[in-house]
Design a protein around this ligand. Structure first.
Ligand SMILES: [Zn+2]
Ligand SMILES: [Zn+2]
Length: 345
């Protein structure tokens, strides 16, 4: 079968591989119907994910149809349309039981698909711990509607949940890339009084203004001022930092009001420093929020109820056979791209 495979740092190429087979009792084989390219795939390509194993098929955000299940799989059956979770988790350890599936202590747990084991930019994928790793797509929900459930929407949903947003709040989201917009969709569900999005890219600013007119969109130069003006207590009540730059990390605490919650979703490529003497007395709650993909069923229900629609993010669609062109477009941010879907015939 056709796969897109990480062969060496800087190099992904199409590789013909045999169709995967069941290896464990809890495995499922999924025929991929739609996949996406994620910024994390580019991190693998550029060598900034040391755990990534050369030779693996990349791709960790996809939907498909269950083809085959192992004897211990009870949650799905062959023929079910499913979303695939970016996280592999056992469901039994201390962290899984508490909903912190990102920290599953199983040696095969965590981000495995498309990183340590073959992923979904391929015709078929083997999903370990399929009872936890697959979620059935409700009737009436299309592949495009469900595509981001296992990764981007799971990230935004988790970040929103731990930020404990109140209807009286002014919420600031730093960054309007794909994760920022998925976070925005989940934040809007909480109905806060005011949402401010800070983004420097004019195309992304335009995208948010066009699709979410109720949101105030500002650039990094105006964001401190905007948070003061549009909140009741001198700054944002909740800050979700999704952008991941040195500048946005500093803006996160500067824009927050005293005693605010700051949730850091972003992944940085170097250490960040908090100027604690200057922040003294501000009494912020800082938390990091790496994805815990344990709310996928709830997200799918919200999509079915038309409360979440991430389809506008899919600006481009390519067939699997043209995945190299899709990567070139996504990597070079051409043609106003936000997300690329890869359709598998
Ligand atoms: Zn991803
Ligand atoms: Zn676990």
């Amino acid at each position: 079968m056709f796969t897109y495979t990480y062969v060496a740092p800087g190099k992904f190429v199409p590789v013909e591989k045999p169709k995967p087979t069941l290896l464990e009792d809890q495995d499922a084989i999924v025929r991929v119907t739609l996949a996406s390219i994620c910024t994390s795939d580019l991190h693998i390509k550029h060598g900034s994910v040391p755990r990534a194993v050369p030779g693996i098929t990349v791709g960790h955000e996809m939907v498909g149809v269950v083809e085959q299940v192992g004897p211990a799989v009870t949650a799905v059956r062959p023929g079910d349309r499913v979303t695939v979770n970016v996280e592999t988790f056992c469901g039994k350890c201390f962290f899984c039981q508490h909903g912190f599936v990102n920290n599953c202590t199983d040696p095969n747990g965590g981000w495995a698909l498309g990183c340590r084991i073959d992923g979904g930019q391929a015709e078929y994928v083997r999903v370990p711990y399929a009872n936890q790793g697959l979620n059935r797509i409700p009737h009436g929900v299309s592949d495009r509607q469900a595509l981001f459930v296992g990764d981007l929407l799971a990230t935004g949903f988790w970040a929103t949940r731990i930020s404990k947003i109140d209807p009286q709040d002014t919420v600031l989201i730093l960054g309007a890339g794909p994760t920022g917009i998925c976070t925005l969709l989940c934040v809007l569900l909480q109905g806060p009084r005011q949402v401010i999005v800070c983004e420097k890219d004019p195309l992304r600013q335009q995208f948010v203004r066009q699709h979410y007119p109720q949101v105030l969109v500002v650039g990094p130069e105006q964001v401190v001022q905007a948070c003061r003006q549009h909140s009741s207590h001198g700054g944002a009540d909740r800050v979700l930092e999704v952008a991941g730059s040195d500048e946005t990390f500093q803006l996160a605490w500067q824009c927050a009001r005293p005693n605010a919650i700051v949730t850091v979703v972003a992944l940085y490529d170097r250490d960040q420093v908090l100027p604690l003497p200057r922040m003294y007395g501000k009494n912020l709650i800082f938390q990091t929020g790496g994805v815990d993909g344990c709310d996928c069923d709830e997200i799918l229900q919200l999509i079915a109820q038309q409360k979440i629609d991430a389809t506008p993010l899919i600006t481009h669609t390519y067939p699997l056979s043209q995945i190299e062109e899709a990567y070139a477009l996504f990597e070079n941010r051409q043609d106003g791209v936000i997300k690329v879907a890869i359709a598998v015939p």
